[in-house]
Design a protein around this ligand. Structure first.
Ligand SMILES: Nc1nc2c(ncn2[C@@H]2O[C@H](COP(=O)(O)OP(=O)(O)OP(=O)(O)O)[C@@H](O)[C@H]2O)c(=O)[nH]1
Ligand SMILES: [Zn+2]
Length: 380
């Protein structure tokens, strides 16, 4: 009886799809295996990033009967020319074929992440279930590479493991954004006499996003808005490798000059890759790659962000018509896709310095950022 009541009440504690994906992300963050169910059956999954040799070997032996596959993103496969095909789907290779004496985990890791891996085996298209394992690793901000078992028939034993369905992962991001709710707010005077109010939003799995309302915006005109992705190195420490910290300050000042507006601060560190992967990308950039190729060698898209959360927050605050302060065209299309009407765009161009000049040039040349030439010519 109690079991039945628990089962029927559990729906009161949130969307089961968000719960399932949140739990799987928890398993990745804790370096534990989980089960993924898809059209080709069940695959057990262990994300590589964060797992040690012992855990990987235990997974291949215990969960996969000694025969696992390594799945990596299609982006990395294309960058490293691992397959003849150019499509974007994930690809996999058997790990047991990597070394005759059993899986060599250091080698597996090298194939999944190194800039110049040795003697790479051939890869084949992964299919939807194994491909979803890679998407989940990305959502957990881990390197998009996993060990997966061969597909097995579902059994009751799987219930001891956290289980998630491929279709749940596919709808996760947009659904999660729609659960953001304002939970607290307060007046925060910031540097240079800027008056602001911080409104903190929380989503159904505890993620935070902040709306910084500058001044007293005119409710009848399109709202000046800056949507800023977090950059711990630039925003907090003033890193000269990027323009983020300066853009944050410039954005706040521009909003004040425009008579008030809103800065949406999103937890999208490293263009959505996370801080650890941004450092991996910096290491690759120090070896000669540009910011776009570095992300892609790691298996990510150049930019993994989406703007559902920003759109949802603006609507929740009552602003659907905005003037956007950005140089990035994908923010315009992203916010429009999230239902926001953009009546104008204003640039947020900072001066280049010797450490970020190449980064800014790459953003303009390869990612289409509208930097003009002023910022790039004027070096400080
Ligand atoms: N992966 C990666 N992320 C970076 C690098 N440099 C900066 N970032 C991240 O890039 C993002 C920049 O965010 P924003 O300033 O909001 O966006 P933007 O794409 O530059 O567009 P606008 O500033 O609006 O023109 C932040 O999440 C930074 O952490 C890099 O070399 N690699
Ligand atoms: Zn930055």
């Amino acid at each position: 009886m109690l079991q039945k009541n628990i089962a029927s009440s559990s729906l009161s504690f949130g969307d089961p799809i968000l719960t399932a994906v949140h739990r799987a992300l928890g398993e990745i963050q804790g370096n534990r295996p989980f089960a993924l169910t898809g059209e080709d059956g069940v695959r057990f999954v262990l994300a590589l990033d964060g797992s040690d040799d012992h855990q990987m070997a235990a997974f291949v032996d215990g969960f996969c009967g000694g025969e696992a596959d390594l799945v990596i993103s299609g982006v990395r496969a294309r960058m490293m020319k691992l397959t003849p095909e150019s499509d974007d789907g994930a690809v996999l290779t058997p790990v047991t074929s990597i070394s005759a004496g059993g899986p060599d985990m250091a080698r597996v890791m090298e194939i999944a992440t190194a800039l110049k891996p040795d003697a790479v085996p051939s890869f084949t298209p992964a299919g939807r279930t194994a491909g979803t394992a890679v998407d989940l690793a990305k959502l957990a901000q881990r390197i998009p590479a996993c060990l997966v078992s061969r597909p097995v028939e579902p059994t009751d034993d799987d219930e001891t493991l956290i289980t998630v369905r491929t279709e749940d992962v596919e709808v996760f991001r947009a659904r999660l954004a729609a659960t953001l709710k304002p939970v607290s707010e307060a007046r925060v005077p910031i540097a240079d006499g800027i008056a602001s109010r911080f409104v903190i939003f929380r989503n159904a799995i505890g993620g935070i996003a902040t709306a910084v309302i500058v001044g007293e915006p005119d409710a009848t005109a399109p709202l000046p808005v800056r949507v800023h992705s977090s950059c711990a190195t630039g925003d907090i420490f003033g890193s000269r490798r990027c323009d983020c910290g300066e853009q944050l300050q410039l954005g706040l000042h521009r909003l004040e000059e425009l008579g008030g507006g809103c800065l949406i601060y999103l937890d999208q560190e490293g263009r959505g890759l996370g801080l650890a992967n941004k450092m991996h990308a910096y290491t690759l950039q120090d070896q000669g790659l540009d910011t776009v190729d570095a992300n892609m060698v790691l298996g990510f898209h150049d930019d993994e962000r989406d703007y559902h959360a920003a759109g949802f927050m603006l609507k929740r605050l009552g602003w659907e018509r905005i003037t956007l302060l950005t140089n990035n065209p994908t923010k315009l299309t992203g916010l429009a896709a999230a239902g926001i009407e953009i009546s104008d765009r204003l640039p947020v161009v900072t001066k280049a310095n010797a450490d970020n000049r190449r980064y800014l040039e790459t953003k303009a040349r390869r990612a289409g950022h509208l930097l003009g030439t002023a910022g790039l010519l004027e070096t400080v």
